[in-house]
Ligand binder design. Structure first.
Ligand code: ADP
Ligand code: MG
Length: 353
């Protein structure tokens, strides 16, 4: 298990100082596929480089199985990295590339040969062992980079946007491939991406970052269905953000009201918010369209657009407070008609701004 405890990383001095990470804490469970997700510049690579040892923290600790590794040299850490650029030796054979790290560690020849064969088997490149790396496709080079990084059997493998150089089709294939590799080896993978679809598809846990801070950590399902902030709700897929009034808290539930409707209880991550206007996330696929007069109608408005996409239609409804909401439906209502929208209150979460 990796614990990042109150880690801050600043680059530069004085007026040029830039805080790349500000007081970040997270726990990465052993043997998990853990993804750092966030927009470009939010500090993902910096966090990986701190775990790898290519950078030292300005403040805070990094523990591996309880031991502080934050100040160990990179080669003393049971951690290895796959870079976006692969960083292979192009004129060397596949097997020499894979064995390179083990040669540096001065492992016995027989052990190196065995490990190379095993790793090439694992990434399904057995028959390419003698091939020069510059004669391989991008996807095959990516596999060589993975085999090389796995060869010394690190406890932790760090992967910094490893799929971003591949085209869409190859990328999908490598997504399943990486999941399989993680599963088969049991090695903890810390995977960096700015692609929310990739993160949802691959991870056991996702940590969402913005501007050097952690915004939310959870399983893909938790992050998708229960975003705690506007930032996360927006970043993870299409979502609607609607207005409501917070009346009070009842235990861990929030009592809210839409317009002048009756009060209802919804989820809230933060129960210290003050009563008053709040925002809620409402996923398009969780909405049901009902008649305006229906008791279950939480929100009311007018259909202003409708787009057929085969499996259903995407309807755009302008609510009475002017907010536009997308809803996925099987049978769309006619344009200009008045409708009510309902959803399970379990699916409603108050957002921090
Ligand atoms: P990400 O990987 O999420 O795109 P980075 O970790 O690369 O983000 O960068 C986070 C911030 O730190 C950025 O503003 C970047 O410019 C800055 N940064 C990263 N490395 C350095 C460095 N060596 N010197 C100065 N600033 C840096
Ligand atoms: Mg980066």
């Amino acid at each position: 298990m990796i614990e990042v405890k109150n880690v801050t990383k600043r680059f530069g001095e004085g007026e040029f100082a830039l805080t790349a990470l500000g007081d970040v804490s997270l726990s990465i469970p052993e043997g998990s596929f853990y993804t750092l997700l966030g927009p470009s510049g939010c500090g993902k690579t910096t966090l990986l480089r701190l775990i790898a040892g290519f950078e030292l923290p300005t403040d805070g600790e990094i523990l591996l199985d309880g031991e502080n590794i934050g100040y160990l040299a990179p080669h003393k850490r049971p951690v290895n990295t796959v870079f976006q650029s692969y960083a292979l030796f192009p004129h060397m054979s596949v097997e020499r590339n894979v064995g390179f790290g083990l040669e540096m560690l001065k492992r016995p020849k027989a052990e190196i040969d065995n490990t190379i064969a095993e790793m090439l088997e694992l990434v399904q490149l057995g028959e390419f062992a003698a091939r020069r790396v510059d004669q391989l496709s991008g996807g095959q080079q990516q596999r060589v980079a993975l085999a090389r990084a796995l060869a010394p059997r690190p406890k932790v493998l760090l992967l910094d946007e490893p799929l971003s150089a591949l085209d869409l089709k190859l990328r999908k294939g490598m997504q399943s491939e990486l999941k399989r590799l993680q599963h088969e080896t049991g090695i903890t993978f810390v995977f960096v991406t700015h692609d929310q679809g990739e993160a949802l598809a691959m991870s056991d846990h996702i940590a969402i970052m913005s501007a050097g801070a952690l915004r939310q950590v959870g399983t893909p399902e938790e992050i998708y269905t229960a975003p705690t902030s506007r930032f996360v709700a927006d970043f993870i897929g299409d979502t609607n953000i609607v207005n409501a009034e917070l009346l009070a808290f009842e235990g861990d539930k929030a009592k809210i009201r839409f317009n002048d409707g009756s009060p209802l209880l919804v989820n809230a991550a933060d129960t210290t918010l003050n009563p008053g206007p709040v925002h809620l996330a409402l996923r398009p696929e969780t909405i049901r369209v009902v008649d305006e007069a229906d008791d279950t109608a939480l929100l009311k408005g007018e259909v202003i657009d409708s787009t057929y996409f085969g499996a259903g239609s995407q309807m755009l409804v302008r609510l009475d407070d002017g907010v536009e909401v997308h809803a996925q439906v099987v049978v769309p209502r006619p344009m200009g008609s008045r409708v009510g929208l309902e959803c399970d209150t379990d699916m409603l979460h108050i957002l921090e701004d």
